[in-house]
Design a binder for this molecule. Structure first.
Ligand code: HAM
Length: 448
């Protein structure tokens, strides 16, 4: 095969039809579980003023410092400086929207969910893309450990629905209030004073800007030093400890299993107290399927009144990878029920109406694809794995008949043209007709 002229840009990928079946399945689980729990769907723009992310996620996080995807100014020549950035995640944009639309006037908490693309200018590698999909859940406006527990429970239900929960472990920690963390950061700085030269350059930089990031450094020397460093739990206030203990009681009540991980800090600055991640049991944190936590200071940072929040985001690409690894078969509706083959201009015209009527009734139908011979159309019907073929040649048009062929059985019969639709729908069975949208107007209206 010739080398293609263009390929997808580095770090991006096509979601081909096969993967879409997985994606649709995940989205259905997300929508279903979110509706059950009272979440409403929100879509924020794919790009925002970069300040939303810089303020919200934190200027000295990897996501903002290294991975923010800036949008070129509206002038094509790039002469306008850009103050826009593609969203690297949903939380900051959703909180911006909460403030902008005065959602504090609504009954609290406001429960929102989103599904869509996010962008991080990361170094692409397995499971790490520059454009990827997240589903995101947020509970804003009220603080209580029962909300953290309920959110985590909804997420575990979704992961269970798509049959990957047993491949993951829920890592749980409480990183305390900003005051607790400030004291801890001082403690860490004191500890590293005089030991800076033993840190690699990147971690020395982190010590100056965001010492907590040192905790999940991949560097071996840093990790050895950290063994003797003070730990965050020592700096936690009674309130944080109590909050965490109650959350664990509630998770136990839900039957949600977790692993306590005092080292879990997360890569975004807005977190307070509860943080959690779902790790791949075999490979660990590098490929977390999802993560989240409480962010009680974020809305205020974005110009709103002090408002607590808790949320989670899962990565669809990583979920799909797990589903495939686990051999999960997803049901889909991409099959062809009927192939309509035709010969001659009259037959071709007539079969267009037939195709349209079949489709209206919920029969997946293709046909009238060109001028090929009947024989090659039959071969095509086979390749499309159609269950039935309707054949309309010059003779049949003249006689007012049509040939109905069962592709699997290899048998066919000539029937009256008017019998084609009733016979096909009967053979397929009423319940197998794809009239989902008509039957269930209130159902999955937001199919995307
Ligand atoms: P996060 O841990 O940065 O959290 O991302 C959540 C998930 O998105 C990751 O666990 C991963 O599955 C997926 N993900 C992140 N980056 C990439 C990438 N480059 N390629 C593929 N998948 C990726 C957040 O985004 C927070 N907003 C979660 C949250 C919501 N916290 C509170 N509310």
């Amino acid at each position: 095969m010739a080398e293609p002229l263009f390929r997808t840009p580095k770090g991006t990928h096509d979601v081909l039809p096969e993967d879409h079946q997985y994606m649709t399945y995940i989205k259905k689980a997300v929508r279903h579980r979110c509706r059950q729990a009272g979440y409403k769907r929100i879509d924020t723009p794919m790009y925002e003023y970069r300040g939303v992310f810089e303020r919200g996620i934190g200027e000295h996080t990897d996501i903002v410092e290294k991975e923010l995807f800036l949008v070129a100014g509206s002038k094509k020549d790039g002469s306008e400086p850009s103050d826009l950035a593609l969203r690297p995640e949903f939380t900051a944009g959703i909180c911006r929207s909460y403030v902008e639309h005065g959602m504090q006037q609504l009954p609290q908490p406001v429960e929102l969910y989103a599904i869509g693309q996010c962008f991080r200018y990361d170094r692409p590698q397995k499971g790490r893309y520059r454009q990827f999909h997240q589903f995101d859940l947020e509970i804003i406006g009220l603080k209580d450990p029962s909300l953290d527990a309920q959110l985590i429970h909804v997420v575990t239900n979704i992961l269970e629905d798509v049959k990957i929960l047993d491949r993951l472990t829920l890592q749980l920690n409480n990183i305390g209030t900003p005051e607790n963390r400030k004291a801890y950061v001082e403690g860490l700085r004191d500890f590293f004073t005089g030991k800076e030269h033993r840190l690699p350059e990147e971690d020395r930089g982190r010590l100056a800007t965001n010492p907590l990031r040192i905790l999940d450094s991949k560097n071996e020397d840093t990790q050895i030093l950290l063994k003797a460093a003070p730990t965050l739990d020592f700096y936690l206030s009674e309130e944080s400890k109590q909050y965490h203990a109650t959350l664990k009681e509630y998770l136990d009540a839900f039957g949600v299993r977790y692993v306590e991980n005092p080292k879990l800090v997360r890569g975004l600055d807005y977190y307070t107290q509860t943080v959690f991640e779902f790790w791949d049991q075999s490979t660990g944190a590098q490929n977390a399927v999802g993560g989240g936590g409480r962010y009680d200071g974020l809305i205020e940072l974005l110009g709103g009144k002090p408002t607590p929040g808790v949320g989670f985001a899962g990565g669809l690409e990583r979920m799909i990878w797990h589903m495939k690894e686990a051999g999960v078969q997803v049901p889909h509706k991409d099959h062809v029920d009927v192939f309509v083959a035709q010969l001659g201009p009259e037959a071709k015209k007539q079969c267009l109406t037939l195709i349209s009527e079949l489709r209206e009734l919920g029969v997946h139908t293709i046909g009238a694809l060109g001028e090929a011979s009947l024989k090659s159309q039959m071969r095509l019907a086979d390749k499309f794995e159609a269950r039935y073929t309707l054949l309309l040649g010059k003779m049949e048009v003249k006689e007012g008949t049509i040939i109905l062929r069962d592709m699997k059985a290899g048998k066919q019969k000539q029937i009256k043209y008017g019998q084609a639709i009733p016979q096909v729908t009967k053979l397929l069975g009423e319940t197998n007709l794809d009239t989902y949208v008509l039957k269930d107007q209130m159902g999955d209206v937001d199919e995307d």
